[in-house]
Design a protein around this ligand. Structure first.
Ligand SMILES: [Zn+2]
Length: 549
């Protein structure tokens, strides 16, 4: 009875959350990822991680070891610092096979290095550990492990940890500023199950009786929360994708009971991939795969193995918005990654805006504007700036506005700099090596790019929209004059803000639209023929408009 009730509540939550939007207020408590990079963590650059873990569904337990190959970035690296939650017990840490004394407190591993590492010198550290990882309360918003079961009672296991970071299940440098160049993921599970994860499957090898090991490898940089394992009684549904520079498989690891629904979803994935490639450049991981793993929780952008738990439901336009959203993160979040969670909007906001672009591309400008108005604008909260502070944790930066408000900021930017320039900025941001793969970005990189491409200094625009909680306020008065003209007095209340505004003048069936300059001092414009005036009739501008009397 109790179980049934919990399931009902969970289901109700899922439906409200998915129907409205994907974002959800989250606080990650002591697990929050990112923030100020500690002095010890700043002393090295991770080159390679290799997970060698046994996942025991019956015990809900992980055990094994993780290799961390790192390179010193300081002249004498004298200490090792990694993150791993205290849920686990570490039995041993080795440096190149030799035991190392260590401490494990407050979710941090610390070890003094008697033999210091010179700048550029590499060393491999192996951490042996075991224990029960945190269980996800509200995945993916509050992450952790899901030890669920499919309809046939078989184990169905997943992990999501965007807010909490990889440290909730494996030792890593839990900071967005550092990604390894590649990673190995070797997972031992009962031999009746399948394990799908990032990159390409190298081999499935027998382990102890009744168990087998799935050996996977990705040869691309990957952020730690994107490393994810999906274990279940999966069928594998494939479809080839032909990109501009190569081919790969779209691969869906789907619960066997739902495998008949797989082909339609991978066909849709192919269409989405072509859409994204057109706007943001070729799929970033073409040498590996676009992967989908059927999950108990709604979704997450795990690189080359996107979590998919949207129950094969299409929206009113006939597409699966969840898959579209997660796939967008392969560009925005995975290929273009922020080095400070302060700039989280670059992942979520551009990805949300991409859905508006998709609607415009497929269904025309009306669908684009409808999405901005009815989906994005309604979710804006204005409780804190989109970029709250530097060195932010996921708890400090995650809220609805990094999705919806940031997307509307891009919509307003499009209005100001024009369609072709905005699309050029986005494509450059997603394809220039300075911003992608091994390089990570901050908001200022985006602002500098817009300034460079537009030949203008748009600091005033981003200061208002990214670094101020409130949108700009437009104040205007419309007065009919005895000489049959209409006067518009208009200004921005925000010092230095100077976005021009479209005004639609209607006299009978005669309509004209004029873009007028607006600054923080009052401007006056005259319209002859006593027209009816409408401010920003197309809804381009993110603002609060106040009509004076
Ligand atoms: Zn997202």
């Amino acid at each position: 009875m109790k179980l049934k009730l919990q399931a009902a509540i969970l289901l109700a939550f899922f439906f409200t959350a998915t129907a409205a939007n994907y974002s959800y207020a989250r606080q990650f408590g002591t697990f929050a990822s990112g923030g100020v990079l500690t002095a010890n963590a700043a002393k090295y650059d991770v080159k390679y991680y290799e997970l060698n873990l046994k996942v025991d569904p019956a015990q809900q337990n992980l055990s094994g070891y993780v290799d961390v190959l790192l390179e010193s970035t300081v002249p004498a690296m004298d200490s090792l610092e990694l993150d791993l939650v205290n849920f686990f017990t570490i039995s041993k840490i080795e440096r190149e096979g030799k035991p190392l004394a260590f401490m494990h407190q407050k979710h941090k591993i610390k070890a003094a290095l008697a033999e210091k590492l010179a700048a550029g010198q590499r060393a491999n550290f192996r951490v042996y550990y075991a224990g029960k990882p945190p269980v996800a309360n509200r995945p993916p918003w509050e992450g952790g492990f899901n030890w669920s079961k499919d309809g046939n009672g078989k184990p169905w296991i997943g992990v999501s940890c965007q807010g909490e970071g990889g440290k909730i299940w494996w030792p890593c440098k839990d900071h967005p500023s550092d990604e390894p160049d590649s990673a190995g993921i070797n997972i031992t599970i009962p031999d009746s199950l399948y394990c799908a994860t990032n990159g390409l499957l190298q081999a499935i090898v027998p382990a102890e009786k009744g168990w087998k090991t799935f050996q996977w490898k990705t040869r691309y940089p990957i952020n730690n929360y994107n490393v994810s394992i999906n274990i279940g009684d999966y069928a594998v549904v494939r479809r080839p994708y032909r990109g501009a520079t190569g081919t790969m498989d779209i691969t869906f690891y789907v619960l066997k009971a739902d495998s008949a629904k797989g082909p339609a979803l991978v066909a849709m994935a192919e269409e989405f991939l072509h859409f994204y490639a057109k706007y943001f450049g070729e799929y970033p991981w073409l040498k590996e795969k676009f992967g989908l793993a059927h999950t108990y929780y709604l979704g997450m952008e795990h690189q080359t193995i996107n979590a998919y738990g949207n129950h094969f439901r299409n929206n009113q336009y006939g597409y699966d918005w969840l898959m579209l959203h997660e796939m967008g993160h392969e560009w925005w979040g995975n290929k273009v990654t922020v080095r400070d969670w302060a700039d989280f909007w670059i992942h979520e906001g551009i990805c949300s805006y991409a859905e508006a672009l998709f609607l415009g591309d497929k269904f025309g400008p009306e669908a684009y504007h409808k999405y901005v108005k009815e989906n994005l604008r309604r979710r804006i909260r204005n409780r804190q700036p989109i970029v709250p502070k530097r060195d932010a944790t996921t708890s400090e930066s995650y809220n609805d506005d990094i999705y919806a408000k940031a997307a509307v900021v891009l919509h307003t930017l499009r209005y100001f700099i024009g369609d072709s320039l905005l699309l050029d900025v986005l494509k450059t941001f997603a394809t220039d090596p300075a911003y992608t793969y091994q390089n990570r970005v901050v908001s200022q990189d985006f602002i500098d790019l817009v300034n460079r491409k537009s030949g203008q200094d748009l600091s005033w625009f981003f200061q208002q929209y990214l670094y101020t909680a409130k949108p700009p306020t437009l104040e205007y008065k419309i007065t009919s004059k005895p000489d049959a003209s209409t006067e518009l007095e208009i200004r921005w209340r925000d010092e230095g803000f100077r976005l021009p505004v479209e005004v639609r003048a209607t006299v009978g069936d005669k309509i004209s639209v004029k873009r007028v300059d607006v600054t923080s001092t009052w401007q006056r414009y005259q319209f002859s023929g006593n027209p009816k005036l409408e401010i920003d009739p197309a809804g381009w501008i993110l603002m609060e408009a106040v009509e004076g009397k």
